[in-house]
Design a protein around this ligand. Sequence first.
Ligand SMILES: Cc1cc2nc3c(=O)[nH]c(=O)nc-3n(C[C@H](O)[C@H](O)[C@H](O)COP(=O)(O)OP(=O)(O)OC[C@H]3O[C@@H](n4cnc5c(N)ncnc54)[C@H](O)[C@@H]3O)c2cc1C
Length: 150
Amino acid sequence: MKTYTEAARELPVAGEYDVIVAGSGPAGASAAVTAGRLGARVLLIEWNNAVGGMSTSGLMSHWTGTVTSPLYTEILTRCAALCEGEGKDRIVPWINPEVLKSVWLDMLREARVTVLLYTFVCGVVKEGNRVRAFPSERAGNPTEKCSPAR
Ligand SMILES: Cc1cc2nc3c(=O)[nH]c(=O)nc-3n(C[C@H](O)[C@H](O)[C@H](O)COP(=O)(O)OP(=O)(O)OC[C@H]3O[C@@H](n4cnc5c(N)ncnc54)[C@H](O)[C@@H]3O)c2cc1C
């Protein structure tokens, strides 16, 4: 296979955080909210135009499985409170994707998580076993690098 050697280039450091989460699906959004609530400076990077991953943009119909947790209960409760019509205040596993997007965003904002949409994590910079930075590409912007502070 033919190859091409990319020229080295300086990447601006866009921000420094304790925790950087790549992808805002249920796993990433929950991790970011939890880390933010624990006082960490958190960046959540999502290439799509909305948070939530499959649970919102993927139009997931309902939460399946038997897992229970305080965070899951909180998500259902907040969705029920925001729902209008039949779903109002009914704690059910069915998902209204637009309501869930709002709930994720509210929880992330309250946990003081910085959210970057339209941003693609395109690599990992490691020092030994530690991830030191996530190079990322953002639509309309030059390449950025976000370095965890420690
Ligand atoms: C077709 C289908 C139907 C499903 N239906 C259901 C259902 O009805 N009920 C149910 O409970 N589960 C369902 N699931 C399973 C459920 O979607 C997953 O268990 C859940 O979404 C996993 O969450 P996650 O956060 O790990 O990943 P995802 O929800 O996939 O989120 C990953 C996120 O990371 C982002 N991302 C990926 N790579 C990058 C990158 N390099 N840079 C920046 N962002 C990135 C993506 O845009 C996405 O937002 C379904 C799955 C599929 C595929």
